[in-house]
Design a protein around this ligand. Structure first.
Ligand SMILES: *Cc1c(COP(=O)(O)O)cnc(C)c1O
Length: 377
């Protein structure tokens, strides 16, 4: 059996190696490292895949979120409603821009931000909502967009974990995640569902004016060469990364199928195991399984399980052990989050198993057998 990894990027690379090598080599030959043709091609190709009018590539997913908030004109002190149960980048940029993160609870089954909790947290200073499509499935975007409309709030989707997922509205309209709010942000960090071979990110929007603003912000606030209208930053996707992404974008749907197949096998094996709760499939969305995350009942010792799997050479991870509202970085902020019951519970009870595009049947069987051994012993 091949060694089991959380993410097996080497085996994935083996299958696209000739195309990747040709593409990178050609960029080296022409020295088109910045803003080369692949960057422009990729913008168009990702836009058509997602059904987004504008795609603006940038340096990473954290920048994407920061740039989106800058381009929307959010001002220090503005309140931004965000889940606490997410990767820190989502909430960190809110703090960095001196906006005020207002942490709200998630739903215990979907792990995603609770629309009810959002509405309860709205004040006269609330300006935006940042739903995070955690682990690969969409938040309840119909409910969130209704709230946003009712209170005139901007919606910035953190789509770093769910590229390729979608959401079906009650009228039957289907939209890809990241194209539903005012702006969608994604990351091409190597282990993400669409990952490059270094850092990368993108912002997408269907709003022409906002797209113009984002184009300025990513490039030193420049409206025309050497004329800088707003304070911006320097955030670019390298041509080499764009070339890799063009190749991998063609594989994305196949990658998603491979993840969903592995998840279906795990589900089947774990659905009747007492003490384990398999990932809930939220209504109206296609789960693209960035992570396969289980919940453990209170009786099961999570650390001992992870250690047991480690002894068997099975990596397992805890995403995330500390929710944002309990991180030291926010200790000095006056956060009015109160107690986030589901978030606190989940951070103590979840664990994630290996999930990637190259999992083999013998590996999956061995993982499931080992988890069950621990729980049933
Ligand atoms: C990975 C990730 C980010 C940040 O992406 P980087 O490219 O690493 O900056 C933001 N939000 C979420 C939910 C993520 O998983």
């Amino acid at each position: 059996m091949k060694k089991i990894q959380m993410v097996d990027l080497v085996s994935q690379y083996e299958k696209i190696k000739p195309q990747v090598q040709t593409a990178i080599h050609s960029i080296l030959e022409k020295a088109q490292f910045i803003n080369g043709p692949d960057v422009h091609e990729f913008k168009g190709e990702l836009g058509s895949y997602l059904g987004a009018k504008h795609v603006i590539p940038c340096a990473n997913g954290t920048d994407a979120l920061q740039i989106a908030m800058m381009a929307l004109g959010l001002k220090p002190g503005d309140e931004v409603i965000t889940p606490s149960y997410t990767f820190i980048a989502t909430t960190e940029v809110i703090g960095l821009l001196r906006l005020k993160p207002v942490f709200v609870d998630c739903e215990k089954d979907t792990f995603n931000i609770s629309p009810k909790a959002i509405e309860a947290a709205i004040t006269a200073r609330t300006k935006a909502i940042v739903p995070v499509h955690l682990y690969g499935q969409s938040c309840d975007m119909e409910a969130i967009m209704k709230i946003a409309e009712k209170y005139d709030l901007k919606v910035i989707e953190d789509n770093a974990q769910a590229i390729g997922s979608d959401y079906t509205f009650s009228d039957g309209t289907v939209k890809k995640t990241g194209t539903i709010g005012d702006v969608g942000c994604t990351s091409f960090f190597p282990s993400k569902n669409l990952g490059c071979y270094g850092d990368g990110g993108a912002i997408c929007t269907n709003d022409d004016d906002l797209a113009k603003q984002i184009e300025m912000v990513v490039n030193h606030g420049q409206s025309k060469r050497y004329y800088h209208d707003v304070i911006g930053c320097n955030s670019r996707l390298d041509t080499i990364q764009a070339a890799v992404l063009r190749i991998k974008l063609k594989e994305l749907d196949r990658y998603i199928d491979a993840r969903r197949k592995a998840a279906a096998f795990y589900d089947e094996q774990f659905k009747d195991v007492e003490g384990l709760t398999i990932p809930f499939r939220a209504a109206n969305t296609k789960h693209v399984f960035h992570q396969y995350t289980l919940q453990l009942s209170d009786e099961i010792d999570r650390d001992a399980l992870v250690a047991y799997l480690g002894e068997k050479d099975i990596p397992a991870m805890i995403y995330y052990p500390v929710p944002a509202h309990k991180q030291k970085m926010f200790a000095s902020l006056e956060t009015s989050s109160g107690i986030l019951e589901n978030t606190d519970w989940l951070t103590k009870r979840v664990f994630s198993l290996p999930m990637h595009t190259e999992l083999e049947q013998d590996q999956l069987e061995y993982i499931c057998k080992s988890v069950k051994e621990f729980i049933e012993k």
